[in-house]
Design a protein around this ligand. Structure first.
Ligand SMILES: N[C@@H](CCC[C@H](N)C(=O)O)C(=O)O
Length: 291
């Protein structure tokens, strides 16, 4: 029975239980992870993050990190125990955790490279906390029809991959966004093979202020249910809104989520267009638990 010293952290209310396993000795089962994330019987969180050195990952998992430039790997699992390729809020909180525990140093202007199942990701400190380059994004997954409880009509969504899968749905009003009941899993037709995080968005009024696009978003996360925020989801929502808005839409966005505000920026890199995410990362408390 492993004894874990854990830290609880969050990014705009998307909350995580983090623990260190630098040598890769702790192999939790999905049900052990779900028990830690349980809000009634465990610590509680939308996800669980194991800090492990990339060199100590099993060979197959190490290959997922694409290259060996990242000393640390973010072993991310949703609250139901399922793994995910990437977590945009989680990786900022993970960076703060590594820094506060003296496991890495990151001076302003420097870059920290972390491994994830979706590949390596670069982070820097910025005014809001951290900025992470989420890498190249792509339209992926078509336009499934989305139904959610309390939404009167089915809507076409837009499939977008940010390393992990998203379907973004545009709603017509703030009232509609507020009334959607996301305690139930949205129904997607056709259903994506690997599931999807589903983001519901309404445009700001006006959509663009001072060259920055504004949207509001709620999300139902694959493997975790409705959460107060989803970083990769915010990036997908901004990308989908820009796609729908046409060629004059900006490359800089503010995304209001129930837990706060996230910044999203699209920019041209040598290998194609990248999308970056900015936002806070907070550590809240520490404790010990027996799994
Ligand atoms: N909350 C995260 C995304 C976490 C993973 C997601 N539920 C999935 O299964 O892909 C974020 O901030 O990006």
């Amino acid at each position: 029975m492993p004894e874990l010293h854990f830290t609880k952290g969050h990014g705009t209310g998307n909350d995580f239980v983090l623990f260190s396993d630098p040598d890769g000795e702790i192999d939790l089962t999905p049900s052990q992870i779900a028990a830690i994330a349980d809000r009634h019987f465990g610590v509680g969180g939308d996800g669980v993050i194991r800090a492990v050195r990339s060199k100590n990952l099993p060979a197959g998992a190490a290959a997922l990190a694409e290259d060996d430039s990242a000393e640390w790997f973010m072993d991310y699992h949703n609250s139901d125990g399922s793994p995910s390729e990437m977590c945009g809020n989680g990786i900022r909180v993970y960076a703060r955790y590594l820094i506060e525990n003296g496991l890495v140093e990151l001076s302003p202007g420097d870059t920290l490279t972390l491994g994830t199942r979706g590949g390596v990701r670069d982070l820097q400190r910025n005014a809001s906390g951290f900025q992470v380059d989420l890498g190249r994004w792509q339209l992926d997954g078509g336009e499934p029809l989305v139904r959610a409880k309390n939404l009167q009509v089915a809507r076409p969504g837009l499939g977008i991959s940010i390393g992990n899968p998203h379907v973004v749905v545009a709603l017509s009003s703030e009232e509609e966004l507020d009334s959607a009941d996301l305690t139930y899993i949205p129904h997607l037709e056709p259903a994506p093979e690997d599931g999807a995080n589903v983001e519901f968005v309404v445009p700001g009024d006006p959509l663009v202020r001072d060259g920055v696009g504004h949207i509001r978003m709620r999300v139902h996360e694959r493997g975790s249910g409705e959460t107060l925020s989803c970083g990769t989801g915010a990036a997908a929502a901004a990308l989908a809104t820009r796609y729908w808005a046409g060629p004059d839409a900006p490359n800089q966005w503010r995304v209001e989520v129930p837990g706060g505000t996230l910044g999203v920026r699209m920019w041209a890199a040598e290998d194609g267009e990248h999308v970056s995410l900015s936002g806070p990362a907070d550590l809240v408390f520490e404790g010990d638990l027996t799994v």
